[in-house]
Design a protein around this ligand. Structure first.
Ligand code: HEC
Length: 135
């Protein structure tokens, strides 16, 4: 009888322990899944950006179109002559930064207050071609 009671007590304590372990793993499982989802989204986004960049680099841009785009979207901060205002002077920017970095600067919005621009590859190519004329 006493033996049986002893057995019951042990078993209930180990059940509590098991429950604790279960909770612990459940917690880490959730953390793990969350990390997976976020890194998955990050890499997907990275891949999408890379495809976009390659496409923009492949296309032939028009200086005239790029000039218009620049006047519509960028002069507010970089100045009408791109000599800098709120944003930096963009002359010889294509010597300081490679094309990939410039595209990322425009589409990713990593450096506030400069916004990210939702611009299609052809227009990105036009803009980039225009920036190459600023020496
Ligand atoms: C709201 C203001 C704003 C607008 C609009 C804006 N920029 Fe900027 N831009 C900035 C600021 C501020 C920086 C500096 C960010 C930093 O590195 O701290 C910057 C940086 C840059 C750089 C990197 C310069 C360097 O020396 O590293 C490039 C290239 C650039 N902008 C291009 C553009 C183009 C092209 C457009 C238009 C499509 C544009 N920007 C529109 C504010 C703006």
């Amino acid at each position: 009888m006493t033996r049986q009671q002893f057995f019951v007590t042990t078993s209930s304590s180990s059940a509590a322990e098991k429950n604790h372990i279960k909770k612990f793993w459940k917690h880490w499982f959730i953390v793990f899944v969350t990390i997976c989802i976020f890194s998955g989204l990050f890499f997907l986004n990275q891949k999408e950006n890379n495809t976009y960049i390659l496409k923009a680099l492949e296309l032939k841009g028009s200086v005239k179109e790029g000039d218009t785009l620049f006047k519509m979207n960028c002069v507010g901060c970089h100045g009408v002559t791109a000599r800098g205002f709120l944003g930096p002077d963009l002359h010889s920017i294509t010597q300081r930064l490679d094309d990939k970095k410039i595209i990322k600067q425009v589409i990713e919005g990593q450096t506030p207050p400069m916004p990210s621009f939702d611009i299609d590859p052809q227009n990105m190519s036009n803009l980039l071609t225009y920036l190459h004329t600023l020496r």
